[in-house]
Design a protein. Structure first.
Ligand SMILES: *Cc1c(COP(=O)(O)O)cnc(C)c1O
Length: 396
């Protein structure tokens, strides 16, 4: 009898109750075995739960998806299903394409994550799924649009939004959408469930770029979709994920799992550090404006306070001397890192006018509060005195 190479190792451990890894294993396998042909038929028919093929599901990804779903529903009287995807953008595109068809509209805000705006304009609109951009703080306007346009099937939003930390009222938006039989989805990347649980306020779906705070170490790209309607999640979202191949992979999921273990202490520290930096910046004569939800001077402080437990690590501020001051600051900063991501344990700094928004028309950019001297900080977990020292020196 020749040695059966594939199962040689696995068979020694299969059904062995003494092999119980303390850490989540990385299941590096493209498919899963069946014991008998009958078992295979049952699983394929959906009569029996079981793993089939890595693109459909894998224990590493499913463990992480379940953990994040459990966090989003923590202390709420409900259950939800999570599905991991290959990136935050694939979570968003998979959700849109699973819920919407040609002729449907998505109602959303102008200051979305840039990639999401582009996805709506460049990929969904040509497929006949038209986005409608409006000010989601104007609830009368939102209601009128929902009433006049029954083709709006999804209300999609972010709070707080990049880079001015503008907030929208999750509870009021979800109530309006429900009144007009429209689904709601929220990008909860900036907050994580530790700071904000949108299900509590009636959201139907939550997506995350786990690349950011949920992982926190800046070493993987992945996303997750969480939904309260288990049937929609199974029949629409999971089906779209497996057929479009937007699945996550075991290694990136495993990296997210490691990050989740420290989420609470990281978010506490991000929030404490950001609050102190915001207060320091607000008192600086060369700083014209500070956008941080934890400052009573922020226009949306009260909305943020209503739905967020703490105010998180994201803030932006405007240097009074404009573009030149912005560029000078970026080159003078030493401890903080110039990198176009966010949510890491390291403090990251971005100058939107010369990077993320360099191709956006200046007038449009200014209208959205992205001025020439605006600097965005993703505040890390370093010693806050060191950070303030670095920022102070760079402002000059
Ligand atoms: C980064 C980000 C995304 C996209 O996530 P990727 O993992 O880069 O695809 C979506 N929304 C927000 C708010 C983000 O910050």
């Amino acid at each position: 009898m020749p040695i059966k190479f594939g199962s040689f190792c696995a068979n020694e451990f299969k059904n062995n109750q003494t092999v119980r890894p303390h850490q989540l294993p990385i299941y590096a396998t493209s498919s899963f075995e069946f014991e008998t042909i009958e078992e295979g038929i049952d699983i394929f028919k959906g009569n029996k739960k079981g793993l089939v093929y890595g693109r459909y599901g894998n224990p590493t990804m499913e463990t992480v998806a379940r953990k994040i779903a459990a966090m989003e529903t923590f202390d709420l009287d409900m259950t939800a299903k999570g599905i991991m995807t290959s990136s935050g953008m694939s979570a968003i595109s998979t959700l849109f394409l699973s819920l919407l068809k040609s002729g449907d509209n998505v109602l959303t805000q102008g200051n979305l994550y840039g990639g999401t705006t582009e996805l709506l304009k460049k990929v969904l609109a040509p497929c006949g799924i038209a986005p409608m951009f409006t000010d989601l703080q104007d609830l009368n306007q939102v209601e009128q649009l929902l009433r006049d346009n029954p083709a709006i099937r999804l209300l999609y939003f972010e709070t707080p939004a990049n880079p001015t930390m503008a907030c929208v009222d999750i509870e009021q938006l979800c109530a309006l959408a429900a009144k007009y039989n429209c689904l709601t989805a929220i990008d909860n990347t900036f907050c994580t469930p530790y700071l904000q649980q949108p299900f509590k306020y009636g959201a139907d779906f939550i997506i995350h770029s786990t690349t950011k705070f949920l992982n926190g170490q800046g070493n993987s790209i992945a996303g997750v979709i969480i939904g309260r309607d288990l049937e929609l999640m199974e029949k629409k979202v999971w089906v779209a994920m497996k057929l479009m191949g937007t699945n996550c992979n075991p290694f990136d999921a495993w990296l997210v799992n490691n990050g989740l273990k420290t989420l609470a202490i990281r978010m506490d520290r991000h929030s404490e550090n950001a609050q102190q930096i915001a207060e320091y910046l607000e008192g600086h004569e060369k700083v014209a404006r500070v956008n941080y939800n934890g400052l009573p001077s922020h226009p949306d402080h009260l909305i943020a306070k209503k739905q967020m437990r703490q105010f998180g690590g994201m803030l932006s501020f405007e240097l009074a001397d404009g573009l030149e001051a912005g560029l000078r600051f970026m080159n003078a900063i030493k401890l903080c890192t110039l990198a176009p991501t966010l949510g890491d344990v390291d403090t990251l700094v971005l100058h939107p006018a010369s990077s993320s928004h360099i191709n956006v028309d200046r007038d449009l950019r200014l209208k959205n509060g992205i001025t020439d001297g605006l600097i965005r900080l993703s505040v890390g977990i370093e010693d806050v005195e060191d950070l303030i020292g670095d920022i102070d020196r760079a402002i000059g």
